[in-house]
Design a protein around this ligand. Structure first.
Ligand code: AMP
Length: 429
């Protein structure tokens, strides 16, 4: 075994897989632009306080999962981003984006870092794509981000996904509910596990999130947040559901769905894939009107967004056979050198083809003609262009169509014209 291995929870993505990533990314870019979202790229690290304030100190992410470090002995603690929303909101506030236009629709694709126990579909370095709609918070805005997310999944061909949705109400609703939950859980206090006991004190809503079967049983009898919503919160939620129904997006209302992050309000949602086993969440999001104030802004920046896990999307695609249909494009032309002395000429021809925008391969290892042809077929090149002594003297080249085996003799200019094709993406279906 080599001396150095990738860090636990981080993995390499080799070319074949990388081409699949690019395909998913392309779909994200395309669908995001259909909805008028523009890409934002924010730093991989931020000051630690941003996440403490923006995500909430009672969450697992801030409590135990952040990779934080001091850049120098007197510096401020820095953290590798464990999620994107706080960074995007920080960037928007720092640039006073909302003063230039009342609404900003941003999306991102990027790496995140969480110190979780690695397992299938759960890594310490992973990637998300997501969108944030800043400046307007309304049922229409929430429906917009959910629809965008679902259209990405649909464009990728994913099947059997389940969208669960809930309303967390507004601050007052949640305050009333929190008190009701506390009163409900208090008689069960002795039966709670340590983390639930702690949550009872700090954030009883999060007990509803517990995966512990004993706690789940207690949770089953707990009051429902929905029953504590004000009429206007109910109306807000029903409008979101109306939009989803109008667009043919199926959902289940899940009264126990509370997102782990503190700044969510009103609609929260999560999409799961039955292909994924224990870590079955593929994406989720909601409304987070409270975040901007939490980050020190003097004005409210109402907002809604979603984030989806790239690895889990790809895992689901793999399980559903959607990746097998994607094969990397082979080269258009393979320049076959018949004799070693003609290598320089072959290289010059390959360069001409590439300059003309034609994907071209050439052997750099001085292999036999037979080996080059094997290589061309393995790579599924469309054409072989032969470089022999006759070609060099006459300027006429033998071009073989590797699908039909037809051959023709052409000048290099004619070859260039024949092989030039409109630029296409990385993968073919
Ligand atoms: P969250 O930011 O926790 O709401 O996560 C949003 C999505 O990111 C989840 O639905 C997952 O698909 C993905 N995700 C979260 N944590 C991880 C992880 N540790 N490894 C891989 N994917 C993750």
């Amino acid at each position: 075994m080599p001396q150095y291995q990738a860090v636990k929870g981080a993995r390499d993505i080799f070319p074949e897989e990388s081409a699949q990533w690019k395909y998913v990314e392309e779909v994200v870019h395309t669908v995001a632009s259909l909805y008028g979202f523009s890409e934002i790229r924010v730093p991989v690290f931020e000051y630690t306080e941003l996440f403490q304030r923006g995500i909430g100190s009672t969450t697992d992410i801030v409590g135990k999962e952040m990779f934080s470090f001091l850049p120098d002995p007197n510096g401020r603690s820095i953290t590798l981003r464990p999620e994107m929303t706080a960074g995007v909101m920080r960037a928007a506030l720092q640039k006073s984006l909302l003063s230039t236009a009342p609404l900003h629709k941003l999306y991102y694709i990027g790496e995140l870092f969480r110190k979780e126990r690695p397992q299938a579909g759960r890594q310490r370095q992973f990637s998300q794509f997501g969108a944030e709609l800043l400046g307007v918070s309304s049922p229409a805005a929430v429906a917009e981000v959910i629809t965008l997310m679902m259209q990405v999944f649909q464009s990728l061909g994913l099947r059997g996904l389940k969208l669960r949705i809930n309303s967390l109400g507004d601050k007052d609703d949640r305050h009333r509910y929190r008190e009701a939950l506390k009163s409900y859980f208090l008689p069960f206090q002795e039966m709670l596990d340590d983390s639930s006991k702690e949550r009872l004190e700090k954030n009883p809503l999060r007990i509803l999130d517990s995966k512990n079967p004993a706690i789940k049983e207690i949770v089953a009898g707990a009051p429902r947040l929905y029953d504590y919503l004000s009429p206007s919160s109910v109306e807000d939620f029903e409008k979101v559901l109306f939009y989803l129904a109008e667009r043919g997006i199926a959902y289940d209302i899940d009264h126990l769905l509370v997102r782990g992050l503190d700044y969510y309000c009103h609609t929260a949602f999560e999409v799961t894939s039955s292909e994924l086993g224990a870590q079955d969440a593929i994406g989720g999001g909601g409304r987070y009107d409270g975040l901007s104030r939490e980050l020190g802004s003097s004005t409210d920046v109402p907002a809604a967004g979603f984030a989806a896990g790239m690895e889990r999307v790809l895992l689901t695609m793999e399980k559903q056979g959607l990746l097998a249909a994607l094969t990397p494009h082979g080269p258009v032309a393979y320049v076959v050198i018949q004799q070693q002395e003609l290598e320089d000429h072959g290289m010059q021809v390959a360069w001409r083809l590439r300059k003309a925008g034609i994907r071209t391969e050439i052997d750099l290892a001085g292999r036999s003609m037979k080996a080059q042809m094997r290589d061309a077929n393995r790579m599924r090149a469309a054409w072989a262009l032969f470089i022999g002594a006759a070609e060099v003297t006459t300027g006429l080249y033998t071009l073989k169509n590797l699908v039909t085996s037809e051959q023709s003799t052409l000048s290099l200019e004619a070859v260039l014209e024949l092989l030039q094709e409109p630029a296409s993406g990385e993968l073919q279906k």
